[in-house]
Design a protein around this ligand. Structure first.
Ligand SMILES: Cc1cc2nc3c(=O)[nH]c(=O)nc-3n(C[C@H](O)[C@H](O)[C@H](O)COP(=O)(O)OP(=O)(O)OC[C@H]3O[C@@H](n4cnc5c(N)ncnc54)[C@H](O)[C@@H]3O)c2cc1C
Length: 459
């Protein structure tokens, strides 16, 4: 007797043809993301091209109880795309169309496989940009599903603020539209926000309506270095509390800065605690913001601002920041990385970051600190020693950093999401009753539990 998944594969081949495959190379590629969880191969990989195909495939999987795991570009960091119970990995990389750009309203509609960098390349000539910029060139569908953010979030918000509406194929194959093109609406439950951050557990996102922003008239970037990490963090807190509308403000500790200097060939900087800034606005506005920030930094013993005003220097600086994860891995070849993602209210940032630094020292591990500190969010990339017990030591350190963030009123993940790696913290963070409500939502939309099973909840 054939397995349910074989029945689904055979039936799906009738409308997907060779776009559903059991090739071992492709199954292996879809067995993991960018994480240290144990890879598990899906039974098949399906490459979708339309919303209707998503609906038809889901209806089949629903009828036969076969797991479905949406797959964007596989850059998520918590085991999100690992098909822990087998089934079909649904690859969205062929759905990359920009369906419309409404220049006058500053919004657009795209397919979910398009990446944020490709969207920005498409928009550049129209004077518009999409601000959410995770370090990896992730798909916009994956970014919706993880409620991603990046360096610009301090000024422009995360996917939560920049997704206006969605088309979603539900577990039973129905296709719904949520939200719309207006800047606000007071009608009904906010299903768009429900699907943003749902990690493929509630539906497959097949179209996305995004808010766009005008490319600012003036932009300038600056680097500012400190002798001590606490001085850099106190500068961040003071700048946020002063209400200076920085576009980007990123912290790198001395180890991370050393790694970036080596990996990205940054010249003229020392391996010291560092802040990267960017200011957007009119020329006068940018000058004023930068002047105020520089004044505050000087009060915390900063060495002064080094400016990167021309576009090439700015691009080099931010590319170095976006490559920080790879720069960490290059510090110790053969080590894997676990990226922590704690976030705290801005007033508690110094306690969280300095506490993390103490934990890292005590652990004896190498774990550079880098982060979107304007939001209170920072990462440590814990380098996992390739020896027995290495992974356990790394997870132990991760847990300590999370425990402190929660105790300070924060969250275990500001932007990477739950996946497998953060499931154990969900109840601690939200409470048992709130978690029970989340489970009811899951049960209502996916009663057979076929959508990305084994993620978000512990069982
Ligand atoms: C070097 C590096 C830097 C990073 N920097 C950042 C950062 O600054 N900020 C940040 O937020 N993240 C960052 N990340 C993490 C990662 O890029 C984000 O989580 C990103 O949003 C994942 O997108 P993806 O297309 O790779 O999704 P995937 O990894 O393919 O999938 C992620 C989750 O989304 C689901 N999913 C994917 N597509 C869909 C869809 N169409 N419908 C429904 N569910 C779907 C999957 O099932 C899975 O649960 C970084 C990762 C790396 C490797």
């Amino acid at each position: 007797m054939s397995r349910p998944v074989d029945t689904v594969i055979a039936a799906a081949a009738l409308f997907l043809g060779e776009r559903i495959t059991t090739s071992s190379g492709l199954r292996e590629h879809h067995s993991h993301g960018q994480d240290t969880q144990t890879p598990v191969m899906p039974d098949a990989v399906a490459f979708l091209e339309t919303s209707e195909e998503a609906g038809k495939l889901l209806a089949l999987c629903h009828a036969h109880g076969v797991p479905v795991v949406p797959y964007g570009t596989g850059t998520s960091l918590e085991g999100h795309v690992t098909p822990v119970r087998g089934g079909i990995s649904v690859d969205m990389s062929r759905m990359t169309a920009v369906l419309e750009v409404n220049q006058a309203d500053m919004d657009c509609r795209v397919q979910p496989g398009l990446t944020h960098r490709s969207l920005n390349a498409h928009l550049r000539d129209q004077g518009l940009f999409f601000p959410v910029d995770p370090g990896a060139d992730a798909s916009l569908g994956g970014m919706c599903a993880t409620r991603a953010s990046g360096t610009n979030a301090v000024r422009y918000g995360t996917m939560r603020e920049n997704v206006m509406g969605l088309t979603v194929a539900l577990a039973d194959g129905r296709i719904i539209k949520t939200g719309g093109r207006v800047r606000k609406s007071s009608t009904g439950y906010d299903l768009t926000r429900l699907f943003v951050g749902s990690e493929g557990t509630l539906g497959i996102i097949t179209e996305i309506q995004l808010r766009l922003h005008g490319i600012p008239e003036a932009m300038s970037a600056a680097v500012c270095q400190f002798e001590r990490l606490d001085e850099a963090v106190e500068t961040v807190i003071a700048i946020m509390q002063a209400g200076i509308p920085v576009a980007r403000m990123e912290l790198l500790d001395d180890v991370q800065m050393g790694a970036c200097i080596a990996y990205s060939k940054l010249e003229g900087y020392a391996a010291l605690p560092t802040l990267f800034f960017e200011f957007h606005g009119t020329p006068a506005g940018v000058k004023e913001q930068a002047g105020l920030a520089e004044e505050i930094a000087a009060g915390f013993e900063a060495r002064g601002f080094q400016w990167a005003t021309d576009p090439d220097a700015r691009t080099k600086l931010w590319r170095a920041r976006h490559d920080a994860y790879w720069a960490c891995l290059a510090l110790k070849p053969g080590h894997q990385g676990i990226a922590t993602d704690a976030i705290v209210p801005i007033s508690r940032l110094a306690e969280a970051v300095m506490g993390a630094q103490e934990d890292i020292r005590a652990s004896g591990l190498t774990a550079p600190i880098v982060g979107h500190v304007g939001d209170g969010n920072f990462h440590t990339v814990i380098l996992v020693p390739p020896e027995p017990g290495g992974l356990e030591r790394a997870w132990e350190l991760d847990k300590k950093i999370v425990a402190r963030a929660l105790a300070l009123g924060g969250s275990c993940s500001g932007e990477h999401g739950v996946g497998i790696g953060k499931r154990e913290f969900l109840e601690l963070e939200h409470g048992a009753e709130t978690l029970a409500v989340m489970r009811s939502v899951k049960a209502a939309l996916d009663p057979k539990g076929i959508l990305n099973p084994g993620k978000m909840f512990l069982n």
